[in-house]
Design a protein around this ligand. Structure first.
Ligand SMILES: Cc1ncc(COP(=O)(O)O)c(C=O)c1O
Length: 397
C-alpha cells in the first residue's frame, strides 16, 4: 500500500468504496494517473465535469475571478450570481427565480421548503416521490428517496413523504389523499438504473399537477445542464415544472446548486439562506459552463457527438449479447442493462484495466456520463477499449 492510500484509509471516514487509482491531471475526456497512463473518462466525476478536465475557458474564468474576489456573502450584491440567475432563467425558457446553494441535496432541500411553504395555507404538506428515485443524503432528502435501503440507520426522519411505483401510481395516490402538495421526480432516473420516464406519463403528471394545484418538482441535478442534449430534460419533455433543481454539471467541478421556481415570491427574508451558495467563484464557473455549452449546442457539435455516442453504444450492446440486454437513457446520460449484477462489476473492472472509466447505476446497469464536450475521437477510443474489455469477459463466460 503506498503512502497516499494509507493516509486516506487512516484519516478519512470510510463512506466511499474507494478506487485506488491515483489520478493527477486531465484534458477534456482523457485523464492521467500518476504513472502517466491515459484513461478515457465516461464518468465526468458522476456528471460534474461538464466541460471535461482542464477546460481552458473555465480555468481562465475561475483564475481571473480568484484574483479579484472569491467570496463575500449573500448580504451583498454579487454580480456573477445575478448574471447566472438571468442566464439560467433565459435558457430554461421558464418564468422563474433562482436560489443558489452548493449541491444537489441542498437544491432539493430548498425545493422541499418551497413546497412546504406553498402548502402551509391549505394545510397540505405531503410530497410524493418515486420508488428507485434518488434526491440526496441529508435527513430530509434521504427520506425523499423512494428506495427503502435509504431509510435505514438515521431515523427519525421528517414526516410527509409518500412513495409511488411509477407516475400513474403517483397521480392515483395524490387523488386519494387530501394533503399532497408536490410530486417530485427525476425525468431520467440517474441512480435508479438510467430510466427515462415515458413522455405520455410525464405529460399526464403535468396536467394533473396544474389542475389540482399540486407542485411538479423536477430534480434535474443529474439530467440538467445539457446532459440530455437540451439545456434541461424538462425542455425535451416539453413540460413546465413549478420547481427545478440543478447542481452537478452547473459548476463544471466547482460546487454549486440551484433551485428554480415559478413561485417567485414564495420566500421572505430569512426563510432560506446559504453562506456559500452562489458566491463569486461558483457563479463565474456556472456562467462559463453555460456560455461554453450554449455555443457548443448552437454549433450543432453537441447533437452530432451525442448521435455518434449513441451509435457506438448501440453497437457495443448488439455485439455483446451474452452480456447486455438493451440501452437506455437520453443524450449523454446513458445506460446499458446487463444480464446480472455480477456482470456490471466485471465490466467496470475489466474496462478500468483497459483504461476506460464507466459507472454503475441501480443493480445491473452500466452508466455513461461523459463530459458534454467529449470529442468523437475520445468516444471512439473509449468504445474500442470497452470492446477489448468485453472480449476478455466473453472468453470467460
Ligand atoms: C438526481 C439527483 N438528485 C440529487 C443528488 C444529490 O446531489 P449531491 O450529491 O450534489 O448532494 C444526486 C446525486 O447523485 C442526483 O443524481
Amino acid at each position: 500500500m503506498d503512502n497516499l492510500e494509507k493516509i486516506d484509509k487512516d484519516y478519512i471516514l470510510h463512506t466511499y468504496n474507494r478506487d485506488h487509482i491515483h489520478f493527477t491531471h486531465g484534458e477534456n475526456a482523457k485523464i492521467y494517473d500518476n504513472n502517466g497512463k491515459m484513461y478515457i473518462d465516461f464518468t465526468s466525476g458522476i456528471g460534474v465535469n461538464s466541460l471535461g478536465h482542464n477546460n481552458k475557458n473555465l480555468v481562465e474564468a475561475i483564475s481571473s475571478q480568484a484574483s479579484k474576489l472569491l467570496h463575500l456573502s449573500n448580504i451583498f450584491l454579487i454580480e456573477p450570481q445575478a448574471k447566472l440567475a438571468k442566464k439560467l432563467v433565459e435558457l430554461s425558457t421558464y418564468k422563474m427565480r433562482v436560489f443558489f446553494s452548493n449541491s444537489g441535496l441542498e437544491a432539493n432541500e430548498c425545493a422541499i421548503k418551497i413546497a412546504r411553504k406553498y402548502g402551509e395555507s391549505t394545510n397540505r404538506f405531503e410530497i410524493i416521490t418515486l420508488k428507485n428515485s434518488f434526491h440526496g443524503r441529508s435527513i430530509a432528502t434521504l427520506k425523499a428517496c423512494g428506495q427503502d435501503k435509504m431509510h435505514k440507520h438515521f431515523a427519525p426522519f421528517p414526516d410527509g413523504f409518500l412513495y409511488a411505483e411509477n407516475i400513474y401510481d403517483a397521480i392515483n395516490l395524490a387523488k386519494k389523499r387530501k394533503n399532497v402538495i408536490a410530486i417530485m421526480i427525476e425525468l431520467i432516473q440517474g441512480e435508479g438504473g438510467i430510466y427515462a420516464m415515458p413522455k405520455e406519463e410525464v405529460k399526464s403528471l403535468e396536467y394533473f399537477c396544474k389542475n389540482n394545484d399540486v407542485l411538479l418538482i423536477v430534480d434535474e441535478v443529474q439530467s440538467g445542464i445539457y446532459r440530455s442534449g437540451e439545456f434541461l430534460a424538462s425542455n425535451i419533455y416539453k413540460i413546465t415544472p413549478d420547481v427545478i433543481t440543478l447542481a452537478k454539471g452547473l459548476g463544471g467541478g466547482i460546487p454549486i446548486g440551484a433551485t428554480m421556481t415559478n413561485k417567485i415570491d414564495i420566500f421572505e427574508t430569512s426563510d432560506h439562506g446559504s453562506t456559500f451558495g452562489g458566491n463569486f467563484l461558483s457563479s463565474v464557473a456556472g456562467l462559463c459552463v453555460l456560455d461554453t455549452l450554449e455555443s457548443f449546442k448552437k454549433s450543432n457539435k453537441l447533437n452530432a457527438n451525442i448521435e455518434y455516442f449513441s451509435e457506438q453504444l448501440e453497437q457495443i450492446c448488439n455485439n455483446n449479447k451474452k452480456i447486455f440486454i438493451d440501452v437506455s437513457g437520453i443524450g449523454f446520460m446513458r445506460g446499458i442493462k446487463t444480464k446480472n449484477d455480477n456482470l456490471v462489476s466485471m465490466v467496470i473492472k475489466k474496462a478500468k484495466e483497459n483504461q476506460v472509466l464507466i459507472l454503475k447505476s441501480g443493480n445491473a446497469t452500466l452508466r455513461f456520463l461523459p463530459p458534454i464536450t467529449i470529442t468523437q475521437e475520445e468516444i471512439k477510443i473509449g468504445f474500442k477499449r470497452l470492446q477489448n474489455a468485453l472480449n476478455e469477459i466473453n472468453q470467460d463466460i
